[in-house]
Design a protein around this ligand. Structure first.
Ligand SMILES: [Zn+2]
Length: 77
């Protein structure tokens, strides 16, 4: 799959796309469709984003520092 971005690249693209609202590129979407690990990363990012959007002030939420640590740990896996 050398024509596809690496998992590390995909993780970065997913994070940027979710933060910016920009659509994912074709190669990133193709990689995610083929890669179980990146599907889990996408689901986790979506969960974080969904939770943050639903309850910006109330209830338990990850701090920006915790999100950064989560992103680093996901990028390193
Ligand atoms: Zn991957």
């Amino acid at each position: 799959m050398s024509f596809l971005p690496s998992c590390r690249d995909v993780s970065r693209h997913l994070s940027e796309a979710l933060d910016s609202g920009r659509p994912l590129g074709m190669h990133v979407r193709l990689h995610v469709s083929l890669c179980e690990a990146c599907r889990r990363v996408l689901a986790q990012f979506a969960l974080i984003r969904h939770g943050a959007a639903r309850a910006p002030e109330a209830g338990p939420s990850l701090s920006p520092d915790a999100k950064a640590r989560l992103r680093r740990s996901l990028a390193d896996s």
